[in-house]
Design a protein. Sequence first.
Length: 321
Amino acid sequence: MSLIDSLDDFMRRDRSFKWLVEDFIAEGELTMLFSESGVGKTFLALALALSIATGQTWLDRTVAQGPVLYLPSEGFDGLQARISAWFAHRGISSDGVPFHIGAYEFPLNDPEVFAELDSDLGQIRPRAKLFVIDTLTGMTSGIDQNSASDMAAFAETCKKLKIITGAAVLVVHHSGHKDKGRSKGAVDLWAACDRVLGLHRTGRDGALVIKCAKSRNGAPFDDIHVRLQPYEPAAVLVEAGKPVKGETTVLTPGDRVFREVIGDEPIAEATAKAAFFDKYGKSPGANRNAWARAFEKAINAGLIEIDADRQISMRTHGAHN
């Protein structure tokens, strides 16, 4: 392969930009997500990863579906509960979803371990969309995070993972000890990233904000306000409303059909979904996406509640005109 392209060859190469999760993660990119401990960065990483694995929209943003490998370094019991809560909140089954999880914590920066991971990728490799490393600290060994050379070497490991799989890589990291507006350690990983996301407390009770701290491709998105909503057996991250006096909610056609099929009496989720598909009357994929958007919006706005038997009830006190 030549080290130099002619202009014609350069312009013929496919360099199209494709989102995995609109505004958040793009195909083939290296993205970092950072926050302080205990804020909810794993909830956000899981929401992004599970949305890709299932093809479900997230915060009304389009998603490209494909296999995901999630490498957690701690809290496996808690991770299982959070995944269960996410699927329960969405009202979908986890059966057959191409979401793969590291069986235990291992140091990615160890060449022998990396080679073993490479050989274990198997059928995931040619179709993988996203690899999640949660967290940098837990999935490495012997790294001095304040060392420029060590962080640059870890960035190269992430790039190698991108190259051998063709997937995007999301690194979950901690905030700096003094400056909470940037990631911990030397700036070399930050510099290598195509996109950097920060999750921060806003100072209000339970309120969080997602900020785009860096975007190499495209303009950064505006701040997104979210919150953790308790949902058995754990919690889920949902968009937090920013009510403005006198503001009314604009209902989409899907929202209107959703409210019509839910009605005033409790209804089984499966029955409601079937009725929604029938009334909405689009293609199967469009029906599923419209249901997911309307369902998520109603949950986030507190318009509906779902009991243990998956019966949906409208909360009239939370409705908007």
